[in-house]
Each structure stands twice: as structure tokens, then as C-alpha cells.
Design a protein. Sequence first.
Length: 117
Amino acid sequence: VHLVESGGGYVQPGGSLTLSCTVSGLLFSRCRMSWFRQAPGKGRELVAQISSDGVTIWYAESVKGRFTISRDNAKATVYLQMNSLKPDDTAVYYCQAYLRTTYDDYWGQGTQVTVSS
């Protein structure tokens, strides 16, 4: 099983980035997908989550109205569109795949997002 994140980088406050996470080795269409982040010195925080069918979506209050999670089951990819970025959004972002049938979860290696002027 492999989860490969991409799209991180350096951006000024107010800017945008889109993260992608492509999954292989799993039946992607049966996975609930999530994006977490971990800032330096802090614990890992759930940012956004999307159900396997894409119908149910959840966001942390801190990102509501700025971030959008979506998925393309045909491409086995989940996205996180991040707009109006703030310095507090600086963190390593991880995607997680959760397979309800086996209660197993899988993680990507993380991608760094830095928001700074």
C-alpha cells in the first residue's frame, strides 16, 4: 500500500496551494480519506475528511470556508484545495486512508506547507 502526497511548498499569506494524494494497493473507492497536519511542536490535527462515496465531508473549524477536500475515485486520488492561507496553516500535511471493512488505516509520508511573508 502506498500513499503519495504532492503539491506542498512555500506560499505567501493569502495564497493558495492544492495538495494531492494518490493511493495504490488499496481499493480506493472503499476508503474514507482524510487530511491531517502537524505543526512543529504540536500534535497531529485532523483537517478535513471525505467519505468513500464523497457525500459526507467534514472540516476543522480553523479551515472551514478556506479549504476544500475532494476525491476522484477513477484516479484513486484525494485533493485538498487550500485558499487564503495563513501562517498558522504551516505544517506537514499527511493523507490517511481508512478502510472500514478491516479497520486499517494507512498514511502517506507527508508534504510540507510553509506560509510566510
